[in-house]
Design a protein around this ligand. Structure first.
Ligand code: ZN
Length: 111
């Protein structure tokens, strides 16, 4: 996701939202259908809400100011899971570099 168009959504969430929406990170935005855009917006809101509930994506081991550890990283489906099996289809998660950022995806579940 191009941060100049959709800002404030970090790389981890971008990867996870695209996975849950079934959209490849290599897709050009103007190729998305209206249904895919609506689905992606819905998923972004859902993922951010559940992440906030779980305390964010604290991957390094530190205690947040509210002393709640980030638990969202335990629920990551693709981010930082290169060559690990997709939880849905068992294909291996692929990683590529796009605009100097790593993108992780499953080329079976996302298209
Ligand atoms: Zn998959």
């Amino acid at each position: 996701m191009n941060q100049s168009i959709i800002s404030g959504l970090g790389n981890i969430y971008s990867n996870e939202c695209l996975f849950h929406a079934g959209i490849l990170p290599t897709r050009i935005s103007n190729t998305l259908s209206f249904y895919e855009v609506k689905k992606l917006v819905f998923i972004i809101k859902l993922v951010l809400k559940s992440s906030i509930k779980l305390g964010g994506t604290t991957i390094k081991n530190f205690i947040c100011t509210n002393r709640i550890f980030g638990l969202f990283h335990r629920n990551l489906y693709v981010y930082n899971r290169k060559n690990k099996k997709c939880y849905l289809c068992n294909n291996l998660i692929i990683s590529i570099i796009q605009n100097k950022r790593k993108s992780f995806f499953c080329d079976f579940c996302q298209y």
